[in-house]
Design a protein around this ligand. Structure first.
Ligand code: XMP
Length: 515
């Protein structure tokens, strides 16, 4: 993968956003924690560094930042905490904040500083407590906030720029242009990132296994679909996609797979395993036990069906293709202190252990891409827009959306209510306005009136959220008319449901799924 710019992560919630903006501007980049970057500097070197923000205070952080500045010709952009690191290291003064600056602030250009096409007064996003009160020698002030705090500085001769605000956040006016100014005018970098470059790099990775039989645990989700499409272009019919129907799907999910079978050249085998899944989670109500039973059954069924297939066709699979993406593998720095690194493993834990058990080597061509890049690439590979802009759907499916014991009739209630929500989202054009939207069956009964009779029936909860990567989320403030329509259709059309509620919890503290 190309690694022109190294983004050093100091635990900011916006680090991945910096990387996405940089790539949108046409420059390749990767994210490393400080320690990893320093180790890698022994054998390779970036063309620029960007230091992210972070929750720490320079007064409590004893890290050695000097390695990043050892080669004075490597351009550096410091953002927020990154500006304080730069200021402190070169002899400026950082002061402990008394009230901090959070949210929107107005900044004004200083000392005749001007970026062509950018106004001298801008509204930008701030989020800091400490601030710089004295510039280091050889730096000049370029922006000051209306609260009279230093908001940006630039080295007089070396390619070093620092901003107290967050240009990567979309509320910051001209933020992207300011990043572009650093990359092009200060760092003088050439563009090296585009959709075609992504396709070429990912295709090369797949081309390395040409001639081998490759298996894909296909979910029909965006990542596995794009990975499979890309791989099929290189491998043709040596790629086999197996889709497991665990009985915990919504009607739209099966329909989606049928459409893909028709629309794409992919070789998709559907394994109908509904019966065995229902037998396995009989009587289970604890969320962890349900998840484990679903995951374990998936692996068993998958392994058995693949072996049968191998025998029948007299072939042997050597690789497992997975749609792992960059946020799944980034070594991320905890925003909650310097407790070290953690590897985020989220969406693929359902099939954890599968490659080792089946003695398959992993093929993960998308592992350096962000979700939005995967989507753009999917469309460039000829997939229809609506296929690559689907909401994520978790491996355990409806199994974690029927709270408590998983009974067949409960699964049907979620399938029916979810279908109504899905239809209404599409009708109102709101489907792509949210990250995920689904229904959950709550384990309570409430009193209602249906016709003239008293009803004592179940409750469906609507969960609709906005998010960028599923790590944090806010509930969607969708129009009351829309919610009301969905509610009345569910109570009228889904037998056994008398009440619909709307979940207005953000993540954190709530998670997106209820279990
Ligand atoms: P939570 O509930 O942790 O969900 O806020 C964050 C995102 O991850 C999805 N999710 C899963 N995906 N297997 C998956 O493939 C799982 O076990 C799983 N659990 C949660 C969830 O739908 C949301 O998009």
């Amino acid at each position: 993968m190309r690694e022109k710019i190294w983004i050093i992560d100091f635990g900011s919630q916006y680090t991945q956003l910096i990387a996405r903006r940089v790539r949108e501007l046409g420059f390749s980049c990767v994210i490393f924690p400080l320690e990893t970057a320093v180790e890698k500097l022994e054998s390779s070197s970036p063309e620029a560094f960007i230091l992210s923000g972070g929750p720490h205070s320079i007064f409590e952080d004893d890290s050695d930042f000097s390695e990043l500045f050892k080669n004075a010709h490597i351009p550096v952009l410091g953002i927020c905490y990154g500006m304080q690191i730069m200021g402190h290291l070169f002899g400026g003064k950082v002061e402990r904040g008394t009230q901090g600056e959070y949210g929107m602030a107005t900044i004004e250009a200083q000392n005749n500083f001007e970026i062509p096409g950018i106004e001298s007064e801008l509204k930008v996003w701030m989020s800091h407590f400490d601030h710089m009160s004295q510039l280091p020698p050889d730096f000049e002030l370029i922006y000051k906030s209306k609260n009279n705090l230093f908001a940006g500085m630039k080295h007089k001769t070396l390619p070093r720029l620092a901003l107290q605000f967050h240009p990567e956040v979309h509320h910051s006016q001209k933020g992207k242009e300011i990043l572009d100014y650093f990359l092009r005018d200060i760092a003088k970098l050439e563009k090296d990132w585009s959709t075609q470059v992504m396709i070429d790099l990912c295709s090369q990775e797949v081309a390395g296994v040409k001639g081998k039989k490759v298996l894909c645990a296909f979910s029909g989700g965006v990542d596995s679909l794009v990975a499979a499409t890309l791989a099929h272009n290189e491998l043709g019919d040596d790629l086999y996609c197996f889709f497991v129907d665990n009985g915990l799907l919504r009607p739209q999910d099966l329909h989606h797979i049928e459409l893909l079978k028709r629309e794409t050249p992919l070789n998709i085998e559907i394994i109908d395993a509904k019966k065995i899944f229902f037998e396995r989670f009989q009587g289970l109500s604890d969320p962890e036990l349900k998840r484990k039973a679903i995951g374990k059954t998936f692996i068993e069924v998958f392994e058995q069906k693949v072996h049968e297939f191998e025998e029948k066709k007299n072939i042997k699979f050597e690789y497992l293709l997975q749609g792992t993406i960059y946020p799944d593998v980034i070594e991320s720095v905890s925003p909650h202190g310097k407790s070290g690194k953690s590897v985020t493993i989220k969406s693929h834990h359902n099939v954890g252990g599968l490659p080792e058990r089946m003695k398959l080597k992993l093929l993960e061509p998308l592992k350096f891409l962000f979700k939005d890049e995967v989507r753009v690439m999917g469309e460039a590979l000829g997939l229809r827009h609506e296929r690559v802009y689907r909401h994520p759907f978790p491996g355990p499916g409806i199994g974690i959306r029927v709270l408590g014991e998983l009974k067949e009739e409960s699964v049907v209630k979620v399938q029916q209510s979810d279908q109504i929500l899905f239809e209404e989202l599409n009708l109102s054009g709101l489907y792509e306005q949210c990250w995920q939207a689904f229904t959950v069956l709550l384990p309570v009964k409430t009193v209602g009136v249906k016709g003239d009779a008293r009803a004592y029936e179940e409750v469906i909860c609507l969960r609709i959220v906005e998010s960028v990567d599923g790590m944090t989320a806010t509930w969607s403030n969708f129009p009351a008319e829309f919610l009301s329509k969905v509610s009345s259709r569910i109570t009228n059309e889904v037998p056994g449901v008398t009440r619909v509620v709307y979940d207005i919890t953000s993540k954190p503290p709530g998670t997106i799924e209820w279990e």
